[in-house]
Ligand binder design. Structure first.
Ligand code: ADP
Length: 278
């Protein structure tokens, strides 16, 4: 990435030769082998790959929840240690605090960060509105639908305002319609804030709709095997792009790349079993 002064800025997020083996009893199970990935500042990267290939593990390492066996993670060229403050993680499980209202859940990262109270209230109000939850500020998580809870979780991560958003199938458990709606709303929000995102999904359509680039991982132990640039102009809407030629062509190429990870090999390494998952 060249700057006005002609120097080259490091990627926002850089993953180098990342390797992880989980220990189970006396055995070690290699989950990631030599993962290399760069994500530019403000880029939206979608990560797809067969179940068990190490996508969640990769996000956990980047967010500092799990320590890598080898390799490095750097943000703005600086190797990370422990839990980097500038990284926010959103899992499938929305992890809302059940004893706090919607407002207080969203306010939580602002309160921890020491934002003055009047500013906290102002920002929470704007965020509630941005995620379409006007009027629900005083509700508790148990009073909300799955989709609404996701919206609260989304507002809370926006409140934390990390430099890098790591999202692990965040809309996974929702029904198809709710998921499409929340995905479209998230896309519109992201197009305004323009933060760096790594978004894990098993849905190729969702990956293409949202991302600037789609990285495909191999079957486990995973590494990034292929990357696809998504040259579809923004703002995007699923209704506009779904039947366009570039969308269809990309979907075909990415699906082929993924399918190769499920097919049986001559080596008889057992990967053929995964074909049942397609
Ligand atoms: P994905 O997110 O792509 O489905 P994961 O990162 O969850 O894959 O898992 C990658 C591999 O690591 C799988 O073989 C899984 O069984 C294994 N694994 C994940 N978490 C643990 C753990 N805490 N202990 C041992 N093995 C694990």
């Amino acid at each position: 990435m060249s700057t006005a002064t002609g120097t080259t800025a490091p990627p926002k997020l850089s993953v180098r030769d990342l390797r992880l083996s989980y220990r189970s009893g006396r055995r070690r199970n290699l989950a990631l082998r030599d993962v290399n990935l760069d994500v530019a500042d403000g880029e939206f990267l979608a990560l797809v790959g067969p179940s068990g290939c190490g996508k969640s593990t990769l996000l956990k390492i980047v967010s500092g929840l799990v320590a890598a066996t080898a390799g490095t993670v750097a943000i703005d060229g600086q190797p990370t240690r422990g839990t980097p403050e500038r990284v926010g993680l959103l899992f499938q499980n929305d992890a809302l605090l059940p004893w706090r209202t919607v407002e207080d859940n969203i306010r939580f990262p602002l309160a921890i960060g020491g934002t003055p109270l009047h500013e906290q209230r102002e920002r929470v109000k704007r965020l509630i509105s941005a995620v379409g939850l006007d009027g629900f500020g005083a509700y508790y998580p148990r009073q909300l639908s799955g989709g609404m809870r996701k919206r609260v979780a989304l507002a809370r991560i926006l409140a934390a305002d990390p430099d890098v958003f790591l999202m692990d199938e965040p809309f996974g458990p929702l029904d198809a319609q709710t998921r499409a709606r929340i995905s479209a709303d998230f896309l519109a929000l992201w197009e305004q804030v323009g933060k760096t995102v790594v978004f894990v999904t098993h849905d190729v359509d969702e990956a293409i709709l949202l991302a600037d680039r789609v990285a495909v991982m191999t079957a486990g132990p995973g590494r990034v095997k292929e990357e696809f640039q998504v040259d579809i102009p923004r703002p995007r809407s699923i209704d506009d792009v779904r039947f366009s030629d570039p969308f269809r062509e990309l979907r075909h190429r990415i699906s082929q790349s993924l399918r190769a990870e499920f097919e049986p090999t001559d080596a008889g390494d057992g990967r053929g079993r995964l074909i049942a998952e397609l």
